[in-house]
Design a protein around this ligand. Structure first.
Ligand code: 9Z3
Length: 322
């Protein structure tokens, strides 16, 4: 039998969470991040849209790394490109939300999806008089990137916070969640980041570069505590919470997504399969499962997905407020 705290998190998870944070290396510039968050939330909570107070969504994006050494040379990583998070951010902004974009350094950024891999070198060229101009084939993509990004950031509607390791990710997520508490049901979490399931606890991690001369390496990885439940129950108890379930085996995807919905008390789980993730996702809620498809090869599955989530969020806010 699980022993459960007042807030619904089992005691075992609480102990693991406490030990994760107690032993994590201190977050660099925690005060600077907190100040940015306070400013962003204060500004946005005083704004209102056509449907009441402005809503704020935290979109997490890209994969966390697991360092193997404290003075890190090697780490475990995963495939996530950050495309889902960046694209979804654009659609949330379009829908009138403000977005806290918690992203893995170096991954895909909102409004930059149509730019080439090395935008600075490929999109710009030197003219004969040594000034810089946009290389014609990219002029439209560059305009979209600069104007979209500028409008969102200078308007105070987009706050971008980078992470690399699992330690940074979870520490920043906790800061975001606690600063969003005042927004009540107008807050949403959209957890598209691919979060490591296993990690090396800081205190049992080698300090220096692991030596290959010592022969084959045996590593014991601890399980990352199930933070979704803590997010939902302790850090942001009134927010609307959406998580993602990724599998490569279609047969187990929906069962796993259903389990996540119940276990972590999510309001919605987006189930996706690795190979088809850009074409179709399945939205799993208490009312059932709905397949969401992109309209054509040139459109984004995030467009209909965000539309459905915004509707569900509206119903949730209404229900809480009545
Ligand atoms: C997702 O499932 C995202 O949709 C993808 C997006 C990572 C597949 P890309 O960044 O890919 O566009 O290349 N994110 C959540 C993945 C995840 O780790 N979920 C955990 C799980 O499946 C729950 S937190 O157990």
């Amino acid at each position: 039998m699980d022993v459960v705290n007042m807030d619904g998190v089992d005691v075992n998870t609480s102990v693991q969470v406490k030990s994760f944070f107690d032993s994590a290396p201190a977050l660099k510039d925690a005060t600077g991040i907190s100040n940015k968050l306070t400013q962003f939330i204060d500004k946005n909570s005083s704004l209102s849209g056509s449907e009441g107070p402005r809503r704020v969504v935290c979109v997490t994006s890209g994969g966390t790394t697991v360092p193997l050494e404290q003075r890190c040379v090697r780490y475990i990583d995963n495939f996530s490109s950050g495309h889902r998070g960046a694209t979804s951010t654009e659609y949330f902004l379009k829908a009138g939300y403000s977005v806290i974009f918690l992203y893995r350094r170096g991954t895909c950024q909102p409004y930059c999806r149509s730019l080439p891999d090395d935008p600075l070198l490929e999109c710009f060229e030197l003219t004969n008089d040594s000034s810089i101009q946009v290389h014609e084939p990219y002029s439209e993509a560059v305009k979209i990137a600069i104007s979209g990004h500028h409008e969102a950031v200078s308007g105070g509607f987009l706050l971008k916070l980078p992470f690399t390791t699992i330690f940074e990710y979870l520490q920043i997520l906790r800061l975001i969640a606690t600063s969003m508490k005042n927004l009540g049901p107008n807050a949403m979490f959209y957890s598209a980041a691919a979060v490591s399931d296993f990690y090396v606890p800081w205190e049992s991690m080698a300090i220096h570069k692991i030596q290959s001369a010592s022969g084959p390496l045996d590593l014991r990885l601890a399980q990352v505590p199930k933070m979704l439940l803590v997010l939902r129950k302790e850090w942001a108890p009134t927010a609307f919470c959406v998580s993602f379930k990724l599998e490569t085996d279609k047969e187990i995807l929906l069962e796993k997504a259903g389990n996540a919905l119940k276990r972590y008390k999510m309001h919605a789980v987006v189930a996706n399969e690795l190979m088809t993730r850009k074409e179709v996702v399945i939205l799993v809620t208490d009312s059932g499962q709905v397949s969401v498809h992109r309209e054509n090869d040139n459109s984004d599955v995030e467009s209909p997905l965000i539309k459905q989530l915004v509707e569900k969020h509206s119903s949730y806010i209404k229900e809480i407020n009545t």
